[in-house]
Design a protein around this ligand. Sequence first.
Ligand SMILES: [Zn+2]
Length: 673
Amino acid sequence: MSKKFYITTPIYYVNARPHIGHAYTTIACDAVARRQRMLGADTFFLTGTDEHGQKIERAAQAAGKTPQEFTDEVSAQFRALWKRMGITNDDFIRTTEDRHKRRVQELFRRLRDNGHIYKGTYTGQYCVFDELYVDAVGPGAPCPECGRPTETVKEENYFFKLSSFQNRLLQLYNERPDFIRPETRRNEVMSFVRSGLRDLSISRSTFSWGIPVPDDPKHVIYVWLDALANYITAIGYGSSHEGAREAFQKYWPADLQMIGKEIVRFHCVYWPAFLMAAELPVPKSIVAHGWLLFEESKMSKSRGNIVRTETILDVLGADALRYFLLREVVFGQDGSFSFDALVQRYNADLANGLGNLASRTLTMITRYFRGEVPYPSAVVSQRAGDGAVAESARRVIAECSVLFDQYQFSRALEVAWSLVAAVDKYIVDNEPWALGEKQDEESRSRLATILYTSAEALRIVTALAHPVIPDATARIWAQLGLGDIRKFPLSELKWGQLQLGAKLGNVEPVFPRADKSAAERMQSMEEQQRSGSSTIEAQPETTLPIAAPTAAAVPVEKPPASVPDGKISIDDFAKIELRVGQVRTAEKVKGADKLLRLEVDLGTEVRQVVAGIAESYAPESLIGRKVVIVANLAPRKLRGLESNGMIVAASPEGGKAVLAGFLEDVPVGTRLK
Ligand SMILES: [Zn+2]
């Protein structure tokens, strides 16, 4: 029997359409689920939508729809997006489905029969936004959670005896230090529980959009009890079908429940208490991630707005987004998103990193060995570099495995990419292209060893990265002639498994380089989308996993509507992308006295620029010098050479050009603004 692995995302509240925050949690879970499948675990991955409550009732009303129409629409958007992103969930539960409603009622009965529910009267301040009775005094008092005005509510409610679970919960946290991760969240929860628990109101009679309380349909079940129960109802809890009950026996308790840090209390206090009251095991582990903040981006006029995933999928694809979020954000801590950082990371790690390694290795095997994986030489003495790559690969496999198991995605990817860097250096040091020109046996044999070593390292990075960037790695795997990567048993990954003589598949690039306008393009797609926003987008922002930004809520001065003659607006200026570059190589252009051909490093790429400065500067004097480049100038041809950008220089009348530069040191790639 293989090990089982049950993993859940929170179910997403349908008061807002899906955005990058939802995508972040779902991607993290998908990467874990894919990895578990590759490790051979019988994996069940659940996600879904949370569709009841007063907020939904009101949002539907505002949109002129019935709650069911409204939730059907938004829930479908989530499902469509996950499908487009290649999310491999095994089930998608909606809390408005019959299977869920019946089973939640079953859970309610169980809690009541076990003596944990009683009826009482509640008067208090209620925050509609948070769906929460809060400790605030007086009508309209601000909610301590979100600052919005609260409503005074007095109603007859069913209460759950949460207070009687205080000691059992503390015992759980103490006995199982891994129950809540990371440590900071565990400490918060423990101090909250230690300070004393009050009984929890678990029904509402002031609105009707919810699951009726069994035998008392004036009340609907509190939205959090309803929502949390999805983790067990989806896999068959409370079902009368034998098959469903077997699935529940098999998969529960969950191995990993991933959540955002703002819903820790519900998942780490209420949820285990409900389960204990129902005499069910609690989940093995609840892991809370941080918030994704949106960095200030110069082109954005409406800072603080939520980024749609579709924009990124349209421009860079799902793998780019998945890689960026898991590589850039230290899991568990708050992270920051910006289109610039996304494009930079994409070009550096995917286009120039893994993508470039794959295409040059596979292209050389195609060119020099007719597309068959060459045999590494046993005859000609192998050099130290070959062994060092193999050694590095062994270490990377071991470290990645530990880091992924601890959900340290960023570190795991960093370690995996250290192998990409090691192989890049190995290839540069060994110059296989020079050996490829020679026909003698020793050169051929050496070339075979270098390309075998590179391809084998490529295979290993590809296998390790597959759960994070499934699409590109599946294609590289097929190009290596290895078939379906999903069938590869990851636990058996080791150096030396590449099939010698295997025929490569069709070699084609997997990560085309993003041009410098990609970030701006995504910005403007977002702005267009916002200006034509639908009723759904006009709803208040989500309470779910990743909250909207705080830092981003800075008001931005709009440019004046009309600009005086001869002036340009700040927006016009912002269209010119000036960046710090460093000259790598410089040489005279044949037949042109004034022109130099330069290769300029912009941090994310090296550009060829043809500049009219040959009369002012000797080529060798420019090497290593930092210059200012107009980076988004359309390419043009000068003397048959393509020039990608322009170097900024002062050009005195009748005098020699003087390059713009910096007195202090400044990193390559920095933008001038
Ligand atoms: Zn509130």
